[in-house]
Design a binder for this molecule. Structure first.
Ligand code: FES
Length: 145
């Protein structure tokens, strides 16, 4: 049912934890399944993400997608991090079962929420970034899978 990569990131999640005084932190949840994800980013003066950490209270796929998302955004500029979509995270994990696609959306939204926090604090504009929503389940219904 799950790819080896998903199982690996679930069993050995990378970058679990918190960052003290992060450049940006964001929390998102999905009221339908009750899962919550918090993403911390450390961003340097060149707008490069130096460190990403996460805490996820959620299902195995949410843990795996947040783990992969932290790996994908590390070393990227904030602009490049906007390209780390849920599809990119899923591809990097060799796919997810259809009922678990929404879990990867939580990872994308958590990155956006942390970037939004950074953009507000530092007065930086990030193209395509929208204010985060705390419950993504409403947004999800508009998406087609
Ligand atoms: Fe909701 Fe996975 S079941 S995030």
């Amino acid at each position: 049912m799950y790819s080896e990569k998903v199982m690996d990131h679930f069993n050995n999640p990378r970058n679990v934890g918190e960052i003290e005084n992060p450049s940006g932190v964001g929390t998102v949840g999905n009221a339908k399944c009750g899962d919550i994800m918090r993403m911390y980013l450390n961003i340097d003066e060149n707008q490069v993400i130096q460190e990403a950490k996460f805490k996820t209270f959620g299902c195995g796929a949410a843990v795996a997608t947040s783990s992969m998302a932290t790996e994908l955004v590390t070393g990227k500029t904030v602009k490049e991090a906007m390209e780390v979509t849920n599809k990119a995270v899923m591809e990097a994990l060799d796919g997810l079962p259809p009922v678990k696609v929404h879990c990867s959306l939580l990872a994308e939204e958590a990155i956006h929420a942390a970037l939004w926090d950074y953009s507000q604090k530092e007065h930086v504009e990030i193209e395509g970034l929208e204010p985060p929503v705390s419950d993504i389940s409403e947004k999800e219904e508009e998406e087609e899978y």
